[in-house]
Ligand binder design. Structure first.
Ligand code: GH3
Ligand code: MG
Ligand code: MG
Ligand code: MG
Length: 322
């Protein structure tokens, strides 16, 4: 049963897409100061790949930062320092992962060793054997494609793991991680941290009168209004059900109250429209809490926010309470 579950999870990844990526034609940039040799390399690789040729290292760096799958670099060039060029490639974020195939003089071991140390992925001695070049280029391009695929898959998985599927807001897992991190920072730097806890008023009635799907629509619309009424540094999260939290780094309670009031009034200001044309009035009760130094904790702050929400409900709902 475990194997079944894991193969279903694997289904999240598009195996056909992976196959296409791995067998696809690559973009190859050849860097050489010898036009005749460059021509020969282009001729060998051109049957399978899209090839371009560059003599100037600065221009090559710019091109390499784009969609290049393989660099074929003549390490014996005289016009510039090929090893320095490799070091530059490896020190820039955009080209750090780009495979480099180095062509070296068979009797120049120091250059070979230095090139490998600097991060050249594979090497070919001069004179270049075309079939060997084709084979080594293919291996490097496949490796790059597979690494790209894994990186994108990982990014997607991480994104899914911290996103609430209904509203697209951050989920509770994200909220817990961010709050823990802010707490560590708070203890080191005294940075002020506030949270809003928002609980939609009489949400059960929305479900009861309009149906559960309408309830979901309201949650999405609410999430949208929440998102546009907080600041760029704030992190709106859906904690669960009809309860939301906004994490506010570097924010004291006065500023937090202002944002809370803005959200509350923008929710109440205009009725929510459902897809079928019906509209309904929605209000929200908001509790504000702020971290208060050494003896405090995230749990205690959230509890204060929860108590503030309870006060807001008791005071008639559609209110902000600190
Ligand atoms: P109060 O003003 O005191 O907060 O009243 P309330 O009705 O909002 O509070 P209560 O906590 O009693 O009800 C929350 C309701 O939210 C109950 C539950 O069915 C509903 N709910 C929770 N999650 C979802 C969801 O994902 N979609 C929908 N449509 N409803 C949900
Ligand atoms: Mg609730
Ligand atoms: Mg409740
Ligand atoms: Mg509620």
């Amino acid at each position: 049963r475990q194997r079944e579950a894991s193969s279903r999870r694997m289904g999240l990844f598009d195996a056909a897409q992976l196959q296409r990526q791995i067998t696809a034609t690559g973009n190859v940039l050849i860097i050489d100061d010898n036009p005749r040799q460059a021509e020969r390399l282009m001729h060998a690789l051109g049957a399978t790949h899209r090839c371009a040729y560059e003599t100037d290292p600065q221009a090559a760096l710019k091109i390499a930062a784009g969609r290049v799958d393989l660099l074929v670099l003549n390490l014996t060039v005289r016009a510039f320092d090929a090893l320095r060029f490799v070091a530059q490639l490896r020190s820039s974020e955009a080209t750090r992962q780009t495979p480099v195939l180095g062509i070296f003089n068979a009797d120049d071991r120091p250059v070979l060793l230095k090139a490998l140390e600097l991060g050249v992925n594979d090497v070919l001695p001069k004179p270049v054997d075309s079939l060997e070049l084709i084979a080594r280029a293919r291996t490097q391009i496949r490796r790059k494609r597979y690494a790209d695929f894994l990186r994108t898959s990982l990014d997607k998985s991480l994104e899914l793991a911290v996103t609430d599927p209904l509203t697209g807001l951050n989920n509770r897992r994200y909220m817990d991680m961010q709050l823990a991190q802010l707490m560590r920072r708070h203890l080191k730097t005294d940075e002020e941290v506030s949270v809003l806890l928002l609980d939609i008023d009489h949400f059960k009635r929305v479900n009861d009168s309009f149906g559960h799907d309408a309830g979901d629509e309201v949650l999405r619309e609410f999430a949208g209004r929440l998102g546009i009424n907080v600041r760029a540094i704030d992190m709106p999260c859906r904690m669960g059900g009809e309860e939301f939290v906004v994490i506010m780094p570097d924010t004291d309670s006065d500023s937090a109250r202002i944002i809370a009031e803005r959200v509350r009034s923008q929710v109440a200001a205009a009725p929510f429209a459902l897809a079928d044309g019906r509209t309904l009035d929605v209000t929200v009760s908001v509790g504000v809490a702020t971290l208060t130094g050494l003896g405090d904790s995230i749990e205690a702050m959230l509890k204060r926010a929860d108590e503030a929400v309870y006060e807001a409900k008791r005071a008639g709902r559609n209110k902000v309470v600190l």
